[in-house]
Design a protein around this ligand. Structure first.
Ligand code: FAD
Ligand code: NAI
Length: 463
């Protein structure tokens, strides 16, 4: 194996592996360093993919058990085989990580196995061997944020990694943090039979999401059986023979209380991961939140060293990392790589799903932007009625003067797919009227998007 490359990418998550493939497509000699036994990073191994496998399986279970009777489909004796469900998840993960290995071979990307350490702007050590390179791309991702007094053992007190591996449905799962991980994995275990309580520090769930959507989302989750303790902080956790005792306090004051849990999921956010990378010695600057500081071309302060994905500022999303991976590869190959941060969708894969792109109503208000709102509920959409999935609505925010789309938020069935049209519209600078004038097939959920766009001008047809 040659010891010299044009680019060495450190980390093979969606940021790193996509960057490596794109750089190789552009004719660069590329290596990607990964210390896990499999490629694909957090996303493929312990994040997006295993969580979506369990979300899908648990959804099938719940539907079969509770929803099919409404359709006149009677199924007796529905039982859970959790071991089989978990084995299927492992197979799904394996197919994806092996897929990246195949793509590396196909594109002639060298996988350097082991932990990478930057030893200079043009050298990286991996497993005791030094490799020289013209450029380094840091794509080392993120890790779960810890909480003082709550010690992770990945059995009783788990991060998302342990919550994806449980061998038994917990009687009572307490989730600390009402964000994306807590609500997705809380949904999985609730559907499989756990009682689920979410303890959230703020007075709302999913901070950052449009508030009207978040409030409606919380109501739906409550209807499904998830309990919420908002404005509450956890001050300690004691593991006993049979479970965990959490001590909680209202942030508004009052006496401490205890909550008994079988399993506790700590999901209060993720932080950049740069351990053992040699950044300090290499002189790479971090910001006040320990994220690698980069310029608009992903260059750090050290010439030849770049960074992308969860380790730099921005939403911690796989597709954001992928776009940055493509952009930096193109920049290194002398092209004009670019990411439009106004058009990065975010999706919560609960049922119903929640998806958004662009600005929230609160952000527009804070910026003093004059806007108009169009909304359309799924209760008035024929396909949603036929499916029996009428919870939620589409909300579109447009500039009051130009009608240009500024933000779009969907709470409802298949919201993650529906948001793609609105992301395209924002990317192309479309107006609400442009979307409203597009012919949408009938009967589809996407007609709710058209109707919300019509509603921006007060002319929805079906409500
Ligand atoms: P990562 O995927 O974290 O990959 C970094 C890789 O670098 C790791 O494999 C690590 O082992 C390796 N590494 C680190 N340091 C070194 C070193 N020194 N040497 C060698 N290798 C090193 N995002 C979505 O968009 N959609 C989802 O549905 C979604 N679901 C998620 C569910 C969960 C439970 C979690 C935890 C996250 C989820 N995310 C989701 C977030 C998503 O996983 C991350 O945004 C994404 O993985 C970030 O990609 P990355 O390439 O920056 O880093
Ligand atoms: P998050 O940032 O989404 O939510 C964390 C929640 O914990 C917030 O509501 C916050 O107010 C709360 N919190 C913080 N400190 C707390 C405390 N001490 N006590 C109680 N609550 C507290 O973080 P999460 O859910 O851990 O996810 C991490 C990242 O992973 C997210 O940024 C997300 O982008 C990514 N992710 C994306 C998914 C998707 O795209 N579908 C799925 C899962 C994760």
């Amino acid at each position: 194996m040659s010891d010299s490359f044009d680019v060495i990418v450190i980390g093979s998550g969606p940021g790193g592996y996509v960057c490596a493939i794109r750089a190789a497509q552009l004719g660069l000699k590329v290596a990607c360093v990964e210390k896990r036994p499999t490629l694909g990073g957090t996303c493929l191994n312990i994040g997006c993919i295993p969580s979506k496998a369990l979300l899908q399986s648990s959804e099938e279970f719940e539907k079969t058990k509770h929803a099919l009777a409404d359709h006149g489909v009677l199924v007796d004796g529905v039982k859970l085989d959790l071991a089989r469900m978990q084995a299927r998840k492992v197979d799904v993960v394996s197919a994806n990580t092996k897929g990246v290995e195949f793509l590396f071979r196909k594109n002639k990307v060298t996988w350097l196995k082991g932990a990478g350490r930057i030893t200079g702007p043009d050298s990286v050590d991996v497993a005791g061997r030094s490799y020289s390179t013209k450029n380094i791309v840091i794509a080392t991702g993120s890790e779960s944020v810890p909480l003082a007094g709550v010690t992770i053992d990945e059995t009783r007190i788990v991060t998302s990694t342990g919550a994806l591996e449980l061998e038994k449905v917990p009687g009572h799962l307490v989730v600390i943090g009402g964000g994306v991980i807590g609500l997705e994995l809380g949904s999985v275990w609730r559907r499989l039979g756990a009682e689920v309580t979410v303890v959230e520090f703020l007075d709302r769930i999913v901070p950052g999401m449009d508030t009207e959507i978040a409030t409606a989302f919380q109501r739906i989750l409550q209807k499904q059986g998830i309990k919420f303790r908002l404005s509450t902080k956890v001050t300690g956790a004691t593991v006993g023979e049979t479970g965990v005792t959490l001590t909680v306090e209202s942030v508004k004051g009052g006496a401490a209380e205890t909550i008994a849990a079988d399993v506790v999921l700590l999901s209060i956010g993720r932080r950049p991961y740069t351990e053992g990378l040699g950044l300090e010695e290499a002189g790479v600057e971090l910001d006040d939140r320990k994220r690698v500081k980069v310029d608009p071309h992903y260059a750090t302060n050290v010439p030849g060293i770049y960074a992308i994905g969860d380790v730099i500022p921005g939403p911690m999303l796989a597709h954001k990392g992928e776009e940055e991976g493509v952009a930096v590869a193109e920049i290194l190959a002398g092209q004009a790589g670019h990411v439009n941060y106004n058009a990065i969708p975010g999706v919560v894969y609960t049922w119903p799903e929640v998806a958004s792109v662009g600005q929230t109503e609160e952000e527009l208000k804070a910026a003093g932007t004059a806007y108009t709102v169009g909304k359309f509920p799924f209760t008035a959409n024929g396909r949603a009625r036929a499916m029996g999935d009428t919870d939620g609505f589409v909300k579109i925010l447009a500039d009051k003067t130009s009608d240009r789309l500024l933000g779009a938020h969907v709470l409802g069935p298949d919201a993650g797919t529906l948001i793609a049209e609105l992301t395209t519209a924002i990317e192309f600078g479309a107006s609400a009227e442009d979307v409203a004038r597009i012919c949408h097939a009938h009967p589809t959920l996407s007609e709710a998007v058209k109707e919300a766009a019509l509603a921006v001008d007060g002319r929805a047809l079906h409500i």
